[in-house]
Structures are given as C-alpha cells and as structure tokens.
Design a protein around this ligand. Structure first.
Ligand code: RP5
Length: 169
C-alpha cells in the first residue's frame, strides 16, 4: 500500500512496517504537513515485503527523496535494512505497544553496526514528531524558507511555554 498525497515532489519518504504503525506515525506526518514539507508515505515491511523494501530504498535517491523516516515495531529491521540499501539519511522510529513497550524496537533500531547508521528517535509519539523535525532540519540546510518555518515553529513553542499558566487548584 502506498500513496503520495502532496503536489510538490516528495522530499521525505515516511515508511512503516505495518498499517498498525499509523496511529503513531500520523503524528510524524502531521508535523511534516505543519512545516509544509512534501512527503510520501508507504507501508513497507522488511519481512513481509522484502523485495519492495529493497526497491523502495534502492530507488529513493534517484526518485528525489532526501531523507527517509522508517518506523517499525518488534524486531524492527526496517530502518536498518532500508539504510543498507540507500545512502540517504535514515531516521528510525521505534513503535510502542510490544511486550516490553517498544524497548525491543528501540534497541533493535539503535544497535547498528559501524558503517550503516540509523538516526534513532525515542519510542512512540515523541520520536515520531522529532523524526519529522529532524528531517525538516536536514532539508533546511539548503532551504532558507523551510529554515524560517522551523525557526517560527520553535519560537511559537517557546512562547507557549513562557506564557503557560497553572490551572486553578
Ligand atoms: C512490524 O511489525 C511493524 O512495524 C509493526 O509495528 C509490527 C506488527 O505489525 P502487524 O502484525 O500489526 O501488521 O514489522
């Protein structure tokens, strides 16, 4: 399953091992949309669709993608195997909800052998959001307009913290 729901050519590929990861990864996609980063999203499984994974990762750079965000749960091989097939930066998102609440996925994704890196986020929603922000930061290196949007996002976040008021006791 795959779709491309943006008009400009996608610069970020968001892939996940199962549609069951969408509940978490929708937060990533929402953040990309908020920053107006063109993306594509697909279900790509290292185990169930290994040939599609190799095709996807192997063709990503030539198709114009600049960054891949890969989410997986359990044994979570997708980010690492995707990184093995592309020189693009790969950001890995461990999915929660497994026997040890995603710790298995985190350790699987982060423990890459030297030579093939995966930039690993935290488990679940915070990591999904930070994956989008990290991808945006990479793209902002060569996109001043996106850099401005990222700065504005951070300024709004700062103001939200500074202006927050405690609720009534
Ligand atoms: C992983 O297996 C996926 O990333 C997902 O987190 C997990 C379970 O997939 P389903 O059995 O829910 O399809 O590859």
């Amino acid at each position: 399953m795959a779709d491309s729901n943006t008009k400009p050519p996608p610069r970020v590929g968001v892939i996940m091992g199962s549609l069951s990861d969408w509940e978490t990864m929708r937060h990533c996609v929402r953040q990309l949309e908020e920053l107006e980063v063109a993306f594509e999203r697909s279900v790509v499984s290292a185990h169930r669709t290994p040939d599609w994974m190799a095709d996807y990762a192997g063709s990503a750079a030539s198709r114009g993608l600049k960054v891949i965000i890969a989410a997986a749960g359990g044994s979570a091989h997708l980010p690492g195997m995707t990184a093995a097939y592309t020189r693009l930066p790969v950001i890995g998102c461990p999915m929660p909800g497994w026997s040890v609440h995603g710790m298995d996925s985190l350790l699987s994704i982060v423990n890459m052998p030297a030579g093939i890196p995966v930039n690993t986020m935290s488990i679940g929603k915070p990591g999904a959001i930070n994956a989008a922000l990290s991808a945006a930061a990479i793209l902002a290196l060569s996109d001043p307009a996106l850099a401005e949007r990222l700065d504005a996002f951070r300024a709004a976040q700062r103001d939200g913290v500074m202006q927050a008021e405690f609720p009534e006791t």
